[in-house]
Design a protein around this ligand. Structure first.
Ligand SMILES: [Zn+2]
Length: 172
């Protein structure tokens, strides 16, 4: 495929934006819903060598194109050689593997946060019980509950610390 002229790239960008239901956002940019992740995170821009497609929701260009039933030709990119295609497919596979690991890490983190929420709720209930026991004049029961509540909070604190230790790796 021959290199497109700047005018042809803009024309192609407009046609693609129209097909994907995007709206002009100024500066030769169009924004709107991503056909893959459904977030309003898709951006098209007329680049120097073709249409630049970005999903700020984290979708790969190939995934967005596939979800819209389109190929790379829709962006005005030249056809890849078999070697380039193979390299691109290997790279895409590698990215998909990394994305799957990240998704699993996020799900594990969400599960641990839910467990922490449940722990905090339990600690709050325990503290409320201490207040009741204290109000009833049962100081021995109040002291026992207080120590149990404290141990639980220390346990939660340690879990939060571990979780925070995990966070930078997951954001990378
Ligand atoms: Zn997306």
């Amino acid at each position: 495929m021959a290199q497109l002229t700047p005018e042809a790239i803009v024309e192609r960008t407009i046609a693609l934006a129209d097909r994907l239901g995007l709206r002009p956002a100024g500066g030769n940019r169009w924004r709107g819903p991503c056909p893959r992740c459904r977030h309003r995170s898709l951006q098209l821009r007329a680049g120097d060598r073709g249409v630049l497609l970005t999903c700020w929701g984290g979708c790969e260009t190939a995934e967005v194109l596939a979800a819209a039933g389109l190929g790379w030709a829709a962006l005005g990119c030249r056809r890849l050689t078999p070697e380039e295609r193979e390299a691109a497919e290997a790279a895409a596979l590698e990215r998909a593997k990394i994305a799957a690991v990240r998704r699993q890490e996020r799900m594990a983190l969400a599960g641990r946060l839910r467990a922490l929420d449940a722990g905090l709720e339990s600690a709050a209930r325990q503290l409320a019980a201490i207040c009741f026991a204290g109000a009833a004049g049962n100081t021995a029961a109040a002291a026992a509950l207080y120590h149990a509540g404290l141990a639980q909070l220390r346990h939660l604190e340690a879990r939060y610390a571990r979780l925070i230790g995990d966070a930078p790796r997951m954001a990378a």
